[in-house]
Each structure stands twice: as structure tokens, then as C-alpha cells.
Design a protein around this ligand. Structure first.
Ligand code: ADP
Ligand code: MG
Length: 410
């Protein structure tokens, strides 16, 4: 077998593995089922792309979003990997199937509903298979923050090929969800590799909302670089983009209801810009590679700590200082509780647990980062020194003020 490090350098142009990448690649090359939990931007794709260059046969990549698949396809082809997607929007499906059967593909991207179809199962038994890579694997768990029933259909398919190694990948899964992913996909518990979650260059801040637009404009004044503002509704993204544009900064809106051409242009403008602020729903961000985002603001409560971590994680990927500021109101919690009451009963306990975890994060007087990291199973120090509570230490400040008043009164 060729040397993985050499392929890392020559094909991918990287000087070394990052974090746990090497451990994950080692397991995959050894044919062991693995769950890799690595933060957004840590380089999960490489952990199957690189083995696809070394293993005999095709690596089948299960991915939930067609748009993401096409981004990944372009990136893979750009470094000379033989890759294809098999989706409803591809016109070259016959050609792709021929290449797959003939062993002429390193990577084949498919959606879970296609992968589990009868026709596809037959095709799989006719083609050389090297690896199953299951991206966004938290989608398989009802405990995860983004359950997709189609992911549950994968297991029978995987079990038809017990000798083909499975690599499940996710950025955001708490301990409970991780265990469930292993269970659902037939991965042994000791096949789990979890990377560190800390993003020390991100300063976390959380404040009650009073005048959201002004609060975000103040944040923008402190952060001249590119920024993302997450809003709850499509209408809110447009209103915010307009209002914040009055500060003189270029702004754009982004949501799934925009004309696709406009949406694509707004995204491209943002990626190219050094000072633009994009006001978006959570539809924005997945698969976008912009390292110099200086702030992420939430104009309302995110869906879960996992979602918060993932969304704020788009700030400061270049390692330079960045800010994540969440503005919340009591009405956010009221709405969230109402939404929970409307989901199917079996999912309500999980949703309630998620909401309680969020409440603990926004209401704490202690270190925000410590709460985040503990949520992902780490054992952080009591105080990080780089979140609002550590920097302002509200209790201590109040005590001083009270003491001064008391002293000046006597
Ligand atoms: P994830 O899926 O974990 O969010 P990606 O696989 O999209 O992350 O990778 C994020 C970025 O990191 C990409 O631009 C990728 O090229 C880069 N990257 C991956 N591995 C390495 C490495 N070993 N050295 C340098 N850059 C890397
Ligand atoms: Mg990824």
C-alpha cells in the first residue's frame, strides 16, 4: 500500500494530518468500523477521501444534502479524485453507474433514500466496494438534533456487506447521541474517536434582547470583518439585512425562499467579501468554506446546543480572534416549548432535554465555554477567560459596586 502521508502531501497538498485525522484514517485502512466525532472544519472529508485513494474499489459516501454533495464533488475532482454523485438532479446517471460497476470511481456520493432503494442494492452487489462513509451521521439518531428517518434505512444495506468498513462522521453529537449512532449503524462503542471541541479563539457572549438591531449594529461596529447573523424567520433575515445595511456595511439576506440565482449570488458575494454581513436562516453555512468570518450573531435562540456550536463554529476558522454573540428573549423559550408540544410524543423528552440544556447555557453566571465543552463530554477548566462571564465576572463586579456604595455611605 502506498504511504498515506505521501498521498496527503501530493494529492491533497497538506503538510500533515490535523488532530485525530491520522487515527481515523488508520482505523479505516485497517478495515475497522469507526465513528469519528470531529468539530466542523476539522477536516472530516479527508478521512474517507484519502483512504479512497489507497483502497481497492469505491468509497460510497452517504450525505443528506444534494447541494453539499455537489460542493464536495467539485472539491474532490479539483485534486484529481475520481468522484461522482448519483442524485435526481444528475443527468449523467447511466455513465456514473457504468463507471461505478467498472471500478473507475474512488468516491460515489448518494443520498440515504437512494442508497437504501432496491435497485441500488443490486447495483452495489455488482460493484467493488471499499468503504461506507456516512456523513452527518447524527441524522440516524432520534436523540440527535436533526433526525432523518431515511438514515434508519441504511442499516440493512450495511449489514449486507459486513466486511466493508463503515465510517460514520459527525460534528455534533453529545454522549447519548454518539452511543445511539454506534448502536444504529452497528459500530462497536470502542470504535469511537472523539476530537477536542474547544475553539479557544472564539469569544462567546450571550445577552438578553432589547433592541436586536441596535445590539447587532453595536457588535458590527466592534467587528469590522465578515459576519453572519442568524435570524429565526425568512422575513426577519430580510428586515435585518435592510436595517443593518443602514450602518454603511454591505449586507445580504440568505434563506431558502430566495430565488436560487439571488441566493447563490448573495453567498458568493459574502464568501468573496472582507466586510460583508449576511443575515441568514440556519439554511446558510453548511459546506461553506470561509475561514475569516469574524463574528456570528444569533438574533434569537438556536435549536439546541449542538446547533449553537455548529453555527458559532463558522466564526474564526482561520484561528484569529472571533466573536459569537447570542441575543435571546423569554419569548424564544415560550415558542420553543410550544413547538415541542407539537412534535410526536416519543420525541418530546429529547427535545425538552435539549431546551433545558440551552436554558442552562444562556442563564449561567459561570463560564459559557465550560458548559459547552461539558455538553460534549469534555472536562474543561472552571473558567476560560474568553467568554462574557469570565471577562466581566458579573457577580464579582456587582459585589464591588455594592461594597463601594456601602463604604461611601458610612
Ligand atoms: P468538516 O467536514 O470536518 O467540517 P472539511 O472536511 O470540509 O471539514 O474540511 C475543512 C477544511 O479543512 C477544508 O478546507 C480542508 O481542505 C481543510 N483540511 C482538511 N484536512 C487538512 C489538513 N490535514 N491540513 C490542512 N487543511 C486541511
Ligand atoms: Mg463535512
Amino acid at each position: 500500500m502506498r504511504d498515506p502521508l505521501e498521498i496527503l502531501r501530493t494529492t491533497f497538498g497538506f503538510s500533515g494530518f490535523r488532530g485525530v485525522q491520522a487515527d481515523v484514517v488508520d482505523r479505516v485502512l485497517a478495515g475497522q468500523h469507526t465513528l469519528a466525532v470531529m468539530p466542523t472544519g476539522a477536516g472530516k472529508s479527508l478521512t474517507y477521501q484519502l483512504p479512497s485513494q489507497l483502497l481497492e474499489g469505491t468509497c460510497l459516501v452517504i450525505s443528506p444534502l444534494i447541494a453539499l454533495m455537489h460542493d464536495q464533488l467539485r472539491a474532490a475532482e479539483a485534486v484529481g479524485i475520481r468522484a461522482a454523485t448519483l442524485t435526481s438532479v444528475d443527468s449523467n446517471r447511466d455513465e456514473t453507474i457504468e463507471r461505478f460497476r467498472g471500478g473507475a470511481l474512488d468516491l460515489l456520493y448518494v443520498a440515504p433514500e437512494r442508497a437504501s432503494g432496491e435497485g441500488f442494492r443490486t447495483l452495489l452487489s455488482q460493484a467493488p466496494l471499499a468503504l461506507f462513509a456516512i456523513d452527518e451521521a447524527h441524522c440516524v439518531s432520534e436523540w440527535g438534533h436533526d433526525f432523518r428517518p431515511d438514515y434508519r434505512l441504511l442499516r440493512p444495506l450495511l449489514d449486507r456487506f459486513p466486511d466493508v468498513p463503515r465510517l460514520a462522521l459527525t460534528a455534533t453529537a453529545d454522549a447519548h447521541t454518539r452511543a445511539d449512532i454506534c448502536e444504529q449503524l452497528g459500530i462497536p462503542r470502542d470504535g469511537m474517536i472523539v476530537a477536542g471541541f474547544d475553539r479557544p479563539n472564539i469569544r462567546y457572549a450571550i445577552s438578553p434582547r432589547d433592541q436586536t438591531t441596535r445590539q447587532i449594529a453595536d457588535l458590527m461596529a466592534d467587528q469590522p470583518g465578515p459576519g453572519i447573523v442568524y435570524a429565526q424567520t425568512r422575513a426577519a433575515t430580510e428586515k435585518l439585512a435592510e436595517a443593518l445595511g443602514r450602518t454603511g456595511r454591505p449586507t445580504r439576506a440568505y434563506h431558502a425562499g430566495l430565488d436560487p440565482a439571488v441566493r447563490a449570488r448573495n453567498q458568493a458575494d459574502f464568501v468573496a467579501s472582507e466586510d460583508m454581513v449576511i443575515c441568514a436562516t440556519v439554511a446558510f453555512g453548511m459546506g461553506i468554506d470561509k475561514p475569516d468570518v469574524r463574528f456570528v450573531a444569533h438574533a434569537g435562540l438556536p435549536k439546541s446546543i449542538e446547533a449553537y456550536y455548529q453555527e458559532t463554529g463558522r466564526a474564526g476558522r482561520d484561528g484569529d480572534p472571533a466573536v459569537a454573540h447570542l441575543f435571546w428573549g423569554a419569548d424564544d423559550f415560550a415558542r420553543a416549548r410550544q413547538r415541542i408540544a407539537e412534535v410526536e410524543p416519543a420525541r418530546q423528552p429529547g427535545e425538552r432535554t435539549r431546551l433545558t440544556a440551552l436554558a442552562a447555557l444562556v442563564e449561567t453566571a459561570g463560564c459559557r465555554r465550560a458548559i459547552l465543552l461539558r455538553h460534549f463530554g469534555e472536562d474543561p477548566p472552571e473558567a476560560c477567560g474568553n467568554c462574557d462571564n469570565c471577562l466581566n465576572a458579573p457577580a464579582a463586579v456587582d459585589a464591588t459596586v455594592v461594597a463601594q456604595k456601602y463604604l461611601s455611605a458610612v
